[in-house]
Each structure stands twice: as C-alpha cells, then as structure tokens.
Design a protein around this ligand. Structure first.
Ligand code: HEM
Length: 445
C-alpha cells in the first residue's frame, strides 16, 4: 500500500508531509476557511491507495459489481428521492456518485466533494460547503473489504406523478414494472420504492455504512435519502450460508450458484432499451419472519414447508445439497416427496415455465416490536422484526418475479411464517466502463 498526498489541483506525489501532518493542516486550513471564506482550501485531501488484492472488487466493468459478486458479509441498501427538475443536476449527481464509489472500492481515503447546485442557496448547502473534514475517517485503515457499490434507477426517475421530469420518460424500460399487490403484502410505503438506489456490500459493516453515508452526503438537497436498510450474511466459508430460519439459502439460482446462461436469465440483452444492455433488474422485498412461531414447528414439518432437509440442504427425497429437485418423486405413502405447497417446489424454474431469479440473500434484524394479543390469554410480548432481505436480480421481472411470487403468495406454506413489509424494483444499468465514465452514462449521455 502506498500513501500519498493530493493537493487541491489534484497533483500527487509520494513524498510530502505525513498523513498526520496533513490531517492537522487540513483541519487548520479548514478553520481558516470558515473564518476567511476560502472555500477552495477545503478541497485539500488525502488519497490513500491500496494495491489491488483479494479484498478489492472492481468498480468498473461491463456489469456493475454486487450482482454476481461472491456475497460479502454486510450490506446497507438505500433509496433516494430526487428534489430537482434539472436533468443536469441528476447527471452531476450520478457522475459524482460513480467517481466516489470507485475511489471507495479501491479503499482510497477521500474527501467527499460537496455538491452545491448553482441555483440553490440554502442554509444547509452553505454549511456543508465549508465542511472541513478531509475524510470522516471511520473506515480509515480498515481496507477496501471487498466493497461493491451498485447504483439503480426507480420508475420515479422516468415518470413522477405522470410528469417526465428529465425528458427521459420514453427511455423507461418496460421491464421496470410497477409490482401488483400480492396476497398478504403489508408494505410500508416509507420503506419502499425510490427514484435512485444504492446497494453497498462489503466484509466490514463500517466500510459499507461509510460508503453509503459518504455518497449520500454529496448531494443531500438534490438526492435526499428516502430509506436505508442494513443486512448481513454469515461467512460462506462453511458452504451455503443459512438464513434466520436455519435453512441453507442460495443452493441454486443464487449469486453463489448462478444459472448457466446469465445472458439468457440475468443480463439485459438487445430486446429492450439499448441503454440497459449489460444491466439487470432488481426486485427488493423485505420479508419479516415470525421466528417465534417458526421455532415451535418440529424440524420435519419445517422441512416440508421448505421442501429441503434442514441440516444438509438436500431436496426432500435426495441426499446431497446439490442433488436436482425431483418434483415427481413420491414417498412410501404415495404422496409427493416435496409437498405441493413446499417453497422450493413452487419457486423452482420447473414450476414457473423455466423462469429464473439470481438471488442474493441477506438477513436483517431491525430489533424488536411489542405485540398484544387481544384474546385469551391476553398477553403482551416482544417479537423480532427480523427476516430476509430478498434481493432478486433478473432479466425481466414480468417473466420471473411477478409470476413466481404470484404463485408463492397464494400457495406457499412459508406464508404462514413470513410477511412482506417493504418492496421496490430498480433498473440496474450496465457498469461504468472505466475512470471518467459513470453509471447512467448510457441513458443520459
Ligand atoms: C422469507 C422468505 C423466504 C425464505 C426464508 C426463502 C428460503 C428459501 C430456501 C431455504 C430455498 C432453498 C434453498 C435454495 O435453493 O437456495 C429457497 C429457494 C428459492 N427461493 Fe426462496 N425464500 C424466501 C422468499 C422467496 C421469494 C419471495 C422468492 C421469489 C419470488 C423466492 C424465490 C426462490 C427461488 C427462485 C428459489 C430457488 C428455487 C430453484 O431454483 O429451484 N424465495 N428459498
């Protein structure tokens, strides 16, 4: 790892004052800047470059990272509302988001460039403009931690209250669907949807949160946070990670074990909007698990709900986790080995005209809430608000998530233990091709 100092003009050299000196200098200059109004001094920053290694995931490429990237242990996802009618401001936000995401993925220590639109002058932008921090430092020296930042676009970027705010309504992909209401949905609108989306994943939660909050800080008055959600995954060193129900989750059709032909199932091709080629579509659902209820169910009954064995992850009727699902197999009593209402059966491509979703599962734990039973024995208790962050990537949600979840919402035995509480669909554009390029360039340029 080499460390060097960048001046405000962007020139860099390996020699110069020590990092500590520069930090002190930055603070001093910052102080002077506040007093004297010399805002340019704030541009002083330190760049700390990490050599590419095992813990660096590339930001640039044909596809964005964080889709088929081997699952990291933490995620923070966030959605933003756009408070502007200026196409130029949206472009500027996206340019800066990409540049900062690339730097953070390299593990660079960066000054967050505060974006202040020319025609906006308010107390908040003035305050942030004279911010003196070179780097908030909470992720300093932790390393890149395999950070990926994935950028997405919601329907609101194209059409908001029927208005074509940025002159791009005609470029809205048909695949970017408005989901129908599914049986059992209890969605919180404040935790759903959004004009823009960020998914940061990495092996250190502080690095991941640092990425989200640094990027969100670039343009708070143009792209304002709408909601955030934190998730985690156990290390997959022991094999397929287990979800909070104790079952292996990600055995097939996941980022860890993707389908064979990603060009046919995951990446957008030549059929739809040209600017999306190499991108994909994300359906996000926050799904609460009734863990207290689930824990009372005997393991053989849990296995019938999922359609797989709990310890090995093998399909019922099979013996190995990676055995193919045999949906025709019957037990000695003549009933299907994998019950008709089992989750694995109802979600399988064989039951859904071959439809495939590449799942990237994280658990979430939002603490506890109190519930009151208003019938005997009239008790009050705490229950977990915990479950699954379903992040499902696919070429076309109209052919994958919508029909699959329509079937699941009605027949899946798992519904007795789960509730969908938040939802969103985002177009995930192709990756930025290299330094100077940005995610969204294919749409706006
Ligand atoms: C809390 C809710 C959920 C839990 C606990 C859960 C759990 C599981 C488990 C344990 C498996 C079997 C292991 C594996 O193949 O990875 C599985 C498979 C699968 N699930 Fe879910 N799941 C949930 C929600 C959903 C939703 C909402 C969908 C999509 C609409 C979905 C789609 C799938 C698919 C496509 C498979 C793979 C089936 C195959 O390719 O044969 N799951 N899920």
């Amino acid at each position: 790892m080499t460390e060097h100092v960048q001046d405000s003009a962007g020139t860099a050299g390996p020699s110069g004052p020590s990092r500590r000196d520069v930090l002190r200098r930055g603070m001093f200059i910052g102080g002077a800047a506040v007093a004297g109004g010399a805002v340019g001094a704030v541009a002083d920053h330190i760049a700390e470059h990490h050599d590419a290694g095992d813990d660096v995931e590339p930001f640039y490429g044909a596809h964005q990272g964080g889709v088929v990237t081997n699952t990291q242990q933490h995620t923070v996802i966030a959605a933003f509302d756009l408070h502007t009618t200026s196409r130029g401001e949206v472009v500027e936000v996206l340019r800066r988001w990409s540049a900062l995401a690339a730097a953070l993925a390299r593990g660079d220590s960066t000054t967050v460039p505060i974006y202040t639109p020319k025609d906006v002058s308010n107390a908040y932008s003035k305050t942030t403009q004279v911010s003196t921090t070179s780097d908030s430092l909470e992720a300093w020296q932790v390393g890149p931690s395999r950070l990926t930042v994935t950028i997405g676009f919601g329907r609101g970027l194209f059409l908001s209250d029927g208005k074509d705010r940025f002159g791009i309504a005609g470029a809205m992909p048909d695949e970017l669907v408005e989901l129908p209401h599914f049986a059992g949905d209890e969605l919180d609108p404040d935790q759903s949807d959004g004009d823009l989306f960020l998914q940061a994943c990495g092996d250190d939660l502080q690095v991941v949160f640092h990425a989200i909050r640094s990027i969100a800080r670039i343009s708070p008055d143009v792209a304002a946070l709408r909601w955030t959600q934190v998730g985690y995954s156990p290390s997959n060193k022991a094999g397929t990670p287990r979800n909070l129900m104790g079952f292996k989750d990600g055995t097939i059709n996941s980022n860890a074990h993707p389908p064979a032909d990603l060009d046919a199932t995951l990446w957008a091709g030549s059929d739809g909007q040209g600017w999306m080629r190499g991108g994909t579509y994300l359906v996000y659902r926050r799904i609460r698990m009734s863990l207290e209820h689930w824990d009372r169910l005997q393991v053989p009954d849990q296995e019938k709900v999922i359609g797989r064995q709990k310890v090995s992850g093998a399909p019922l009727g099979g013996s190995d986790e990676f055995d193919a699902l045999d949906l025709t197999k019957r037990g000695s009593d003549g009933t299907p080995a994998i019950p008709a209402t089992a989750h694995a059966r109802l979600a399988a491509p064989e039951t859904n005209n071959g439809a495939v979703i590449v799942r990237r599962a994280f658990a979430y734990n939002n603490g506890t809430t109190q519930f009151t039973e208003r019938w005997p024995p009239w008790r009050q208790a705490l229950e977990y608000d915990a479950g699954l962050l379903f992040l499902g990537y696919q070429q076309d949600p109209r052919k994958a998530f919508v029909p699959i979840n329509s079937r699941l919402a009605i027949n899946d035995a798992l519904n007795q233990f789960t509730t969908h509480t938040a939802s969103a669909v985002f177009a995930i554009p192709p990756g930025a091709s290299g330094p100077g390029h940005w995610v969204g360039e294919t749409l706006f340029a």
